[in-house]
Each structure stands twice: as C-alpha cells, then as structure tokens.
Write a new protein. Structure first.
Length: 248
C-alpha cells in the first residue's frame, strides 16, 4: 500500500535459518503513525520479521532503514536502535529482582543517560498511563501476567521509541488479562504511536490497524486495509487461514 510518510522500509529482505528461507523478498513500508498488524499461520515468519527490524536477527540480503538510516551492525548504535525500536515480547522479560519502577527506569539511565530522578519521574508517568501507578514498588512476581506485560510496555515507552513492535503480546496471558493489555495498545494507537503488532487477536486487527499484512511461507502475501482483508481476502492462503481462525 502507498505510504505517505515512511518511517521503516524493508527492501528485498531475505533471511535463512540454515536451509529454511524464512523471509523471502520482503518489501514493506511502515508509515509514521501507522498501526500495522501482521497475521498468518504458525511458522510463516511473523516473529522473525519483527525481530529483524530491531536487529535481534540479521538478514542475508536486502536493506532495512529507519528514518532513512540503515540499521547499525553492532556496538553503541545497536543499543540506541533497540531504544528507538521498542519491543514487547510474548514473555515479559522483566528483571525479577528489581522493582517495577527500577525495571522501567534502568534502560533510561543506561542507554538514554537520564539521571535517576528524571528516569523515575518518567517511569511513574508511564506507569500511570498503563494503569499501574500504585504498583511501582512491587516486584514482578507480585503482579499478574497482564500487569507484567503492561510494565514491559511502559518500559519500552519510557525510551521514547520511534516505533513499538509487539510480538504476540497477549499469547502467554490468561484470557481475562488479554483485554487490559489490548486496551493499553488501543490507546497507544489512538495517541499516534507507530506500531507493528504480530497477533492472533483479530478484534484488535479490525479495530486498531490501518493495515493488515498477511504472511505465509516467509512472504507478505496481502497488505491491505483491515475491512478489505477480512471481508474480501484475495489469496487462497488468506481465505483458508481466515476460515480456520474465524471458526473459533
Ligand atoms: N532461531 C531459529 N533457528 C532456526 N529456525 C528458526 C529460528 N526461529 C524460528 N525458526 C523457524 O523459522 C520459521 C518462522 O518462525 P517464526 O517464529 O518467525 O514464525 P511465526 O510466524 O512467528 O510463527 P508463530 O505464529 O508460531 O509464532 C519457523 O519454521 C521456525 O521454526
């Protein structure tokens, strides 16, 4: 789809895991302020696609640029990239022995070089935004999964990222906690955050996405507005996928 103000551009991206051609000639542009939901069958390369954008995975060929800059290979540039590209994983990846506040402040101090007071102030603002202001002094194990995931979101946001990547952020949560995380994500989308979201939550895709990218076998097969994609999928792969998941 034509994008007005490109922030992230993937051009002819290919990646292999050994013999497996996991990303095949990916061309994808994400505009500033867009919410792109990536869906597709298990093993189609959705997570890998996400992980290439913050350089958790390298690519064999092609280019990825953010704000016109190629991704850095290593060193300081990589830490700065991971701050600019916030990532939220299925598992929350919090430090178990640090408080919620310290979890959100730590990278701000180390990577953004903020003073502790300033970092803590920003952390408290973000914890308020995700509805956890009263939990700042708790430890991760004292929180529910949904709360831990909201801490992880606050931690990424505290770095003032250019884009937020979500890799199945609700897949490890008990059903009753999924909505509290999706609501925080919906609010972020309304606030204009650029977001790439790998998810099986089709309700979120329908209501929050500007575009749905459908992947199968390492390729982006469809890239369309949600209402077009869900009402009129074009490819047999997408029709088959939707008929299976919408039965549930
Ligand atoms: N580190 C790795 N080494 C080797 N193969 C891998 C690695 N990570 C993923 N794969 C394989 O690459 C393919 C794509 O994996 P990926 O996790 O990107 O898919 P996905 O679409 O996100 O799947 P799911 O919906 O199940 O999470 C799969 O076949 C997977 O087994």
């Amino acid at each position: 789809m034509a994008v007005v103000d490109p922030l992230i551009e993937l051009r002819d991206v290919n990646k292999f895991y050994g013999q497996l051609h996991v990303l095949q000639d990916i061309n994808l542009t994400i505009g500033r302020g867009e919410v792109v939901v990536v869906i597709g069958p298990s093993g189609s390369g959705k997570s890998t696609l996400c992980r290439t954008v913050n350089r958790l995975e390298s690519i064999e060929s092609g280019t990825i640029t953010i704000d016109g800059q190629p991704l850095p290979e290593e060193g300081k540039g990589l830490a700065a990239l991971r701050a600019d590209v916030g990532m939220v994983f299925q598992s929350f990846n919090l430090f178990a022995h640090k408080t919620v506040l310290a979890n959100v402040s730590l990278a701000q101090i180390k990577v953004r070089r903020r003073k502790k007071d300033e970092a803590d102030r920003r952390s408290r603002e973000l914890l308020e935004r995700v509805g956890l202001a009263s939990q700042a002094d708790k430890y991760p194990a004292q929180l529910s999964g949904g709360q831990q995931q909201r801490v992880a979101i606050a931690r990424a946001l505290a770095m003032d990222p250019k884009v937020m990547l979500f890799d199945e952020p609700t897949s490890a949560l008990d059903p009753e906690m999924i909505n509290e995380v999706l609501e925080v994500m919906q609010q972020l989308a309304r606030d204009g955050m650029t977001m790439v979201v790998v998810t099986h939550e089709m309700g979120f895709a329908r209501s929050a996405a500007n575009r749905v990218v459908f992947m199968a076998d390492g390729r982006c097969i469809e890239d369309r507005a949600p209402e077009d994609f869900f009402n009129h999928p074009e490819s047999d792969r997408a029709k088959d996928f939707l008929s299976k998941i919408l039965k549930h």
